[in-house]
Write a protein that binds this ligand. Structure first.
Ligand SMILES: Nc1ncnc2c1ncn2[C@@H]1O[C@H](COP(=O)(O)OP(=O)(O)OP(=O)(O)O)[C@@H](O)[C@H]1O
Length: 343
């Protein structure tokens, strides 16, 4: 049985539907990223799970126990869920130790002391126990917030953009420490982010949200390499869309015949990432329009009778704007779902 089960969860604000028919499951020790643009329903989903909002439809269970459904709503403090929300700041008048012990008020003093010390040690903050929040860096404050969420030993932790306020240098280290700790403790984690790189690097699975619905859910490799829709393909990096006529595993396209990742018949819309195209001696004629140096490689914008494309290339290749070249696919193209398949 999954740790968390969410079924057909729906939330409306007046006539606007913030979350619609959301269904997914999460296992113990698993990290699921909720990824989507602003307004796609990520925070509302966490608030429904935490119990700050009442659903208008559907239900959710944690460890088999019903937490929320339109007719029955368990209050947040009885759900056994830890959360670190962006706006969920530390108490400024309490030191680190007191902030973490705060959630353990109902536990006998000795156990409270032991648990607080243990969790501070786990997040590497024992030496900072007597400091106040304003005497800590952003990353340290984030770890205190996490320690406070973990102290009551929840089975599920909800993280809403917890790393977005940290600068790039601190972000990666803090993220892998924090998520590593959650994984080792077998805690299920829902991580809200609109940062695709963070989702790809840190999550076991990603649910891509669009207008309150899950557009696709899968491992980072699946959603990146086998996007079901143009929206997912574009949201997880850059891609080229190309239409063609499929005959089984091959399609005729303006770039010539291209192998497909699955069999199809008739009109198809294909996705080819910039790294799946190459410039060389063979293929459709194009002219290089722009060159963007990225350090480890370059992105070339090219145009020809077949259309306009972005191509990733080795930075040592001599292509410059104005050069003529030939373009071909070096990998199979992904067949995107037709409107009928998406329903
Ligand atoms: N309390 C509320 N009252 C009315 N509408 C709301 C409320 N909370 C959220 N919404 C609407 O619900 C939709 C989903 O919002 P939500 O905050 O869940 O999105 P999000 O994906 O978390 O966005 P962001 O990345 O900007 O935080 C939006 O259209 C938003 O305007």
């Amino acid at each position: 049985m999954s740790l968390l089960e969410v079924r057909e969860l729906t939330k409306r604000y007046g006539r606007r539907t913030a979350v619609e028919d959301l269904s997914f499951a999460l296992d113990a020790g698993e990290i699921l990223a909720l990824l989507g643009p602003s307004g796609s329903g990520k925070t509302t989903t966490l608030r429904l799970i935490a119990g700050f909002e009442r659903p208008d439809g559907g239900w959710l269970r944690l460890d088999g126990r019903l937490l929320g459904t339109p007719g029955r709503q368990l209050p947040p403090e009885r759900r056994g869920i830890g959360y670190v929300f962006q706006e969920y700041v530390l108490f400024p008048h309490l030191n680190v130790y007191e902030n973490v012990a705060f959630g353990l008020r109902r536990i006998p003093a000795r156990e409270r002391r032991e648990r607080t010390q243990r969790v501070l040690e786990q997040v590497g903050l024992t030496a900072f126990a007597r400091r106040y929040p304003h005497e800590l860096s952003g990353g340290q404050q984030q770890r205190v917030a996490l320690a406070r969420a973990l102290a009551p030993e929840p089975r599920l932790v909800l993280l809403d953009e917890p790393f977005s306020s940290l600068d790039a240098a601190l972000r990666e280290g803090t993220r892998s420490e924090v998520l590593g700790l959650l994984r080792r403790r077998g805690v299920g984690t829902l991580l809200v982010t609109h940062d695709q790189e963070e989702a790809l690097a840190a999550a076991d699975r990603i649910a891509v949200l669009r207008e309150g619905r899950i557009e696709q859910i899968g491992t980072p490799e699946e959603v990146y390499h086998r996007p079901r829709t143009a929206f997912v393909a574009h949201f997880l990096g850059s891609t080229n869309l190309l239409s063609g006529t499929a005959r089984g595993r091959v399609a005729d396209t303006p770039l010539g015949p291209i192998e497909l990742d699955r069999a199809a018949e008739g009109r198809v819309l294909l996705s080819l990432r910039p790294e799946h195209l190459e410039l060389g001696a063979e293929g459709a004629p194009v002219v290089v329009e722009a060159r963007y140096f990225k350090g480890h490689d370059v992105t070339l914008q090219v145009r020809g009778p077949a259309g306009s494309f972005r191509v990733q290339a080795d930075y040592r290749l001599p292509f410059r704007p104005g050069d003529a070249a030939r373009l071909r696919a070096r990998e199979r193209a992904v067949v995107l779902a037709s409107p009928a398949e998406r329903r």
